[in-house]
Design a binder for this molecule. Structure first.
Ligand code: IPE
Ligand code: IPE
Ligand code: MG
Length: 234
């Protein structure tokens, strides 16, 4: 398919949900769902990049996911850590630039190190941006943005939307154009709440491990048909 940048969303965000239920349906432990979900992520990253998406934000671990059982949290952290190191060739082959959103300070040191390494290793790549949201919360990101503003000496008089936007984790990433949630739930769960103000929403009942290129094509096709008005009149 030839990418058409006029109708392909520049920034797509995915709430990759349903790993646990996918596993339960098969009588498998939740960890199997997460492992399979990782394979899906690779598949979808490749297809998004081929489709001409400029930035793909993937929700991998929320600030609320620490509430899960310790063994599940440890499994997820282990998966993230090993995955980042192992995928370098995949990023290089496609020129994918990897970045991270979220609070790095509260992540296990080994995970933090791997994130910083992969960001550094891929910083000169000019293909699609893959933004990984790990220990990420939309509210937390806004709070951290306000803190940055204050630390730089920002005053109440100069406080405006731009002051927040320019202090988010990645001011260079554009607002969200298309927000996808898999797994059947109809909520945002603290995902990119600032950037999603005018995003088009696409909900899929399919559990994340079952997502294929075909499902992404379907979401992109829906997006093409949307009329974005941003409060104006067409
Ligand atoms: C999403 O799948 C992955 C993460 C939150 C890390 P879930 O683990 O939330 O799967 P369900 O929603 O319980 O099926
Ligand atoms: C959102 O899914 C977080 C990620 C996909 C990483 P959750 O499964 O944590 O969200 P809730 O608990 O159903 O709202
Ligand atoms: Mg879930």
């Amino acid at each position: 398919m030839t990418p058409d940048n006029r109708i392909i969303p520049a920034h797509v965000g995915i709430i990759m949900d349903g790993n646990g239920r996918w596993a339960r349906k098969r009588g498998l432990p939740r960890s199997s769902g997460h492992k399979e979900g990782l394979e899906t992520a690779k598949r979808i990253v490749a297809h998004a990049s081929d489709s001409g998406v400029s930035c793909l934000s993937l929700y991998a671990f929320s600030t609320e996911n620490w509430r899960r059982a310790e063994d599940e949290v440890n499994f997820l952290m282990g998966l993230i850590k090993t995955h980042l190191r192992k995928q370098y060739d995949f990023y290089k082959e496609r020129g994918l630039r990897v970045s991270h959103s979220g609070d790095l300070t509260k992540l296990p040191p080994k995970v933090r190190e791997e994130i910083l390494l992969v960001e550094d290793d891929t910083k000169s790549f000019t293909g699609m941006r893959v933004n990984l949201l790990i220990n990420y919360g939309g509210r937390d990101e806004i709070v951290r943005a306000v803190k940055r503003y204050l630390v730089k000496g920002g005053s109440p008089d100069d406080m405006n939307e731009e002051a927040i936007s320019s202090n988010l984790d990645h001011p260079d990433i554009s607002e969200l154009d298309l927000l996808i949630r898999t797994g059947g739930e109809l909520r945002l769960s603290n995902f990119l709440i600032w950037q999603a103000a005018y995003a088009e929403l696409f909900f899929s009942d399919v559990f994340w491990p079952d997502w294929t290129s075909k499902h992404l094509d379907e979401a992109l096709a829906h997006y093409k048909k949307r009329q974005r008005r941003f409060g104006g009149v067409t």
